[in-house]
Design a protein around this ligand. Structure first.
Ligand code: GSH
Length: 201
């Protein structure tokens, strides 16, 4: 199995962490969506990372779709995203919110990185970051400081996605130490675990 993408991409890294948690051996090609356009587009015509090339040769794209396959193939009776019911809905909702945070942080970054400085629209950046912070505040409010995990009493995809999301939000200037201390503490604890550490960018 071949994972295409760099781990500084939160979308790629959540797939790498999921593979590690499920104990699936894989190789990784550290390609970037912008730096290695031609090679990335050969695997994903949309030109985005991650892509996952299965041993059969089939290529999957988009972290949600890749993780859905990994849950189905390797999750057994306790996949990181529960198979049904209220627990499944809860994990999917929180995970979607955090994926949205990542997208908003990246929209803000792209505005600064991909447009000429005279065309950068600061209010758009501020609005994206305000949306990201608002969503993180909502997640902070869900955290029970004594619980080892974000949602259920076990590791789920909400925890995996929280680790990559909090890291990106902090890198983009959201002071999680001050504003989301529960999320910061939870994700720091998780990030120290070997299954997470191995993909640290
Ligand atoms: N929804 C996608 C988002 C993937 C994504 O936006 N990847 C970024 C890197 S962090 C990328 O490749 N951007 C290049 C581009 O959009 O051209 C997923 O979950 O995999």
């Amino acid at each position: 199995m071949l994972l295409i993408g760099v781990n500084r991409s939160p979308f790629t890294r959540r797939v790498a962490i999921t593979l590690n948690i499920y104990g699936v051996p894989f190789e990784q090609r550290a390609l970037s969506g912008f730096g290695d356009r031609a090679e990335v587009r050969a695997s994903n015509p949309l030109g985005r990372i991650p892509a996952l090339v299965l041993d059969s040769g089939e290529t999957l794209i988009d972290s949600d779709a890749i993780i859905d396959h990994l849950d189905e193939a390797y999750g057994g009776d306790q996949p990181l995203t529960p198979r049904e019911g209220a627990n499944r809905r809860a994990v999917l909702k929180v995970t979607a919110m955090m994926m949205g945070v990542c997208e908003k942080c990246l929209h803000a970054a792209y505005e600064g990185n991909h447009r000429p400085s005279e065309k950068v629209h600061r209010p758009w950046i501020d609005d994206c970051m305000a949306q990201a912070a608002n969503a993180l505040n909502a997640i902070e409010a869900m955290i029970e400081p004594k619980q080892p995990y974000l949602l259920l009493e076990r590791l789920t995809q909400a925890d995996v996605t929280a680790v990559v999301t909090e890291r990106l939000a902090r890198a983009r200037g959201i002071d999680t130490d001050v504003h989301m201390p529960g999320l910061r503490a939870l994700t720091s604890r998780l990030a120290e675990q070997p299954l997470f550490q191995v993909s640290e960018p």
